[in-house]
Ligand binder design. Structure first.
Ligand code: SF4
Ligand code: SF4
Length: 135
């Protein structure tokens, strides 16, 4: 993946938002890699947990929001337990997911469905979609 580092990215409000939502100090990470070394899902990730923290520090918003790793993470908290700096990596990943979900880009537009279509869509899909409007 080609990385475009710029001062503008580092100052992007995205960095502060990730810190606010996760309650973590991203700059505390010194890239030891222990989080990635213990992650059971790492073989399916396109950005490793330690890289997620690095990208978040540097404001690589698009790369993180498009990453499949944020959905692969199972929130098992192994990384949190292993981090020598006490950073809760799982919360950082959750914060990135939350930023994406708050954009409310749903595949299902419940208010545009006809009554017949609402009858066909699995109830859990409608509930999940509505939940995003209540956060
Ligand atoms: S274990 Fe902690 S300090 Fe080490 S790379 Fe991961 S987040 Fe950074
Ligand atoms: S919480 Fe997510 S990133 Fe951390 S070890 Fe578990 S699967 Fe990996």
């Amino acid at each position: 993946m080609r990385i475009n580092l710029s001062k503008r990215k580092i100052k992007d409000p995205f960095v502060a938002k990730v810190e606010e939502l996760s309650g973590q100090n991203l700059l505390a990470c010194y890239q030891c890699g222990k989080c990635s070394a213990g992650c059971p899902a790492v073989s399916n990730m396109d950005i490793l947990p330690n890289q997620i923290i690095r990208y978040a520090q540097l404001g690589f918003k698009d790369e993180l929001l498009q990453s499949k790793s944020i959905w692969i993470c199972a929130s098992c908290f192994t990384c949190n337990a292993r981090c020598p700096k006490g950073i809760n990596i799982a919360e950082v990943i959750e914060a990135i997911r939350e930023i994406l979900l708050r954009k409310r880009e749903d595949h299902i537009k419940v208010n545009k469905l006809s009554d017949a279509e609402k009858g066909d869509v699995p109830p859990i899909a409608i509930i999940s979609s509505l939940r995003k409007f209540t956060s």
